[in-house]
Design a protein. Structure first.
Length: 187
């Protein structure tokens, strides 16, 4: 059965190419508003599940698998999404500076008969960031559409002192867990 990736992210597609021979990317749009009092782990798994389900509905075919993923940053129990503007990005990166935070990535695989999901959490420690380098980083355009306002695989890799967990999950698709999920379905 064909495999679809419910994401237009080039990062996720590049990662998936490492473990899946063929797949097709498809765009999905869902409401990504957290529920009131929803914790980060529940939220990120719900987002991945909703994206996969929406992707399956959009296909209008019964013989397919849809894989989705969602990544968020959690700091002090708060979900840090994509920055609204430069001030929001500056605020996020200033809060992450010289501290550890969690990156949670959920994956979900859906077919007519299957719905399987999991969350992979990784701890990331940032070095101290100066106001100037935060401002310069914004000017690169890289933080504009990234959860927590940074991309570990990009220029912000130099912000990271230590990670404890899955690097590929931090980028956006946990390879070991995704491969296991695909193999369980003989994909």
């Amino acid at each position: 059965m064909p495999l679809f990736l419910a994401s237009t992210s080039p990062r996720r597609a590049d990662l998936l190419k490492q473990i899946a021979q063929t797949f097709t990317q498809t765009e999905v749009t869902i409401d990504e508003t957290p529920y009131q009092h929803e914790n980060a782990l529940h939220y990120v798994e719900r987002m991945a599940q909703e994206k996969a389900k929406q992707g399956f509905i959009q296909l209008e075919q019964q013989q397919a698998y849809v894989l989705s993923a969602d990544t968020i940053i959690e700091l002090d129990g708060e979900i840090l999404g994509k920055p609204k503007d430069q001030a929001d990005s500056f605020s996020m990166l200033k809060r992450l500076s010289n501290r550890s935070h969690w990156v949670h990535t959920a994956i979900c695989l859906v077919s007519q008969d299957v719905q399987q999901s999991c969350v992979v959490s990784s701890k990331v420690e940032f070095r101290a960031l100066t106001d100037e380098e935060i401002k310069l980083y914004w000017q690169t355009g890289e933080p504009c559409d990234k959860a927590g306002s940074y991309a570990i695989q990009g220029l912000a890799g130099s912000f990271v002192q230590r990670i404890d967990g899955s690097y590929s999950a931090i980028v956006g698709l946990p390879l070991a867990e995704t491969l296991l999920m695909l193999r369980q379905q003989a994909l």
